[in-house]
Ligand binder design. Structure first.
Ligand SMILES: Nc1ncnc2c1ncn2[C@@H]1O[C@H](COP(=O)(O)OP(=O)(O)OP(=O)(O)O)[C@@H](O)[C@H]1O
Ligand SMILES: [Mg+2]
Length: 218
């Protein structure tokens, strides 16, 4: 479970204070698939970044299981990200100088964990990238790069996947392929999926849609 309690977040631009969240609350259960929607600039990425410890809030608590993330040291949040969270971004963020195989294994090596070859085989087969393991990111299409990024995000068997517009650069067919693979993997692993998108046609893949503007007005 991840629970946001009375979150405040604002930015200072010059002398002006821009409030993005004021006393904002959100609870997401284990294994839930939640889509976060809202207009551009409404704070979707900010919310995802606060929840996933990439960004901090001004006040409020973020509770993950029995840990109060907002009170954790930097070392604790970085361990939490490595071991419990997986990330997928619009622009893939693969390491250009590493082949597909090494990109996927990177989080395992960083965490010093043992490699579970059966699980990795399952991931690459489900994502349809088994023929691509020796290729470098520049040799892959956008859809293929995103499938590699999903394998990398899932490799440490995270509790939560945070995805910010993961289909934003993909055409309709690739978007469908990526979404189906992501949902299938999350369901088979019991992984919570928290995903930001503009594309409300993807809502049928999710248990719940959180509309930021609506929540803010409530
Ligand atoms: N570092 C910053 N300094 C000042 N303002 C910021 C900063 N980061 C974000 N903002 C502002 O906060 C608001 C929310 O930004 P955010 O990126 O979360 O929106 P978003 O809903 O993800 O938008 P998009 O759909 O375009 O990605 C925007 O008005 C943005 O300009
Ligand atoms: Mg955004």
């Amino acid at each position: 479970m991840i629970n946001l309690i009375n979150i405040d977040k604002s930015y200072k631009v010059g002398n002006e204070k821009i409030t993005i969240f004021s006393q904002y609350n959100l609870m997401i259960k284990d294994g839930e698939k939640v889509l976060i929607s809202g207009p551009s600039g409404s704070g979707k990425s900010t919310l995802l970044n606060i929840m996933s410890t990439i960004d901090t809030c001004d006040s409020g608590d973020i509770i993950f299981g029995d840990i109060n993330i907002s009170k954790c040291s930097k070392k604790m949040t970085s361990d939490l990200r490595l071991n419990n969270f997986g990330f997928i971004f619009q622009s893939y963020h693969l390491i250009k100088t590493l082949n597909v195989h090494d990109n996927i294994l990177l989080p395992i090596i960083a965490a010093g964990k043992e490699i579970d070859n059966n699980y990795i085989d399952e991931l690459i087969n489900k994502l349809g990238i088994s023929e691509r393991l020796n290729h470098f990111p520049y040799q892959l299409s956008g859809g293929e790069q995103q499938r590699v990024a999903i394998a990398r995000a899932m490799v440490n068997k995270p509790n939560i996947i945070f995805a910010d517009e993961p289909t934003g650069n993909l055409d309709r067919n690739n978007s469908k392929y990526v979404m189906e693979a992501l949902i299938d993997l999350c369901e088979s692993q019991g992984t919570t999926l928290i995903m930001v998108t503009h594309d409300l046609s993807l809502s049928s893949y999710f248990d719940r849609v959180v509309s930021i503007d609506k929540e803010k007005e409530a």
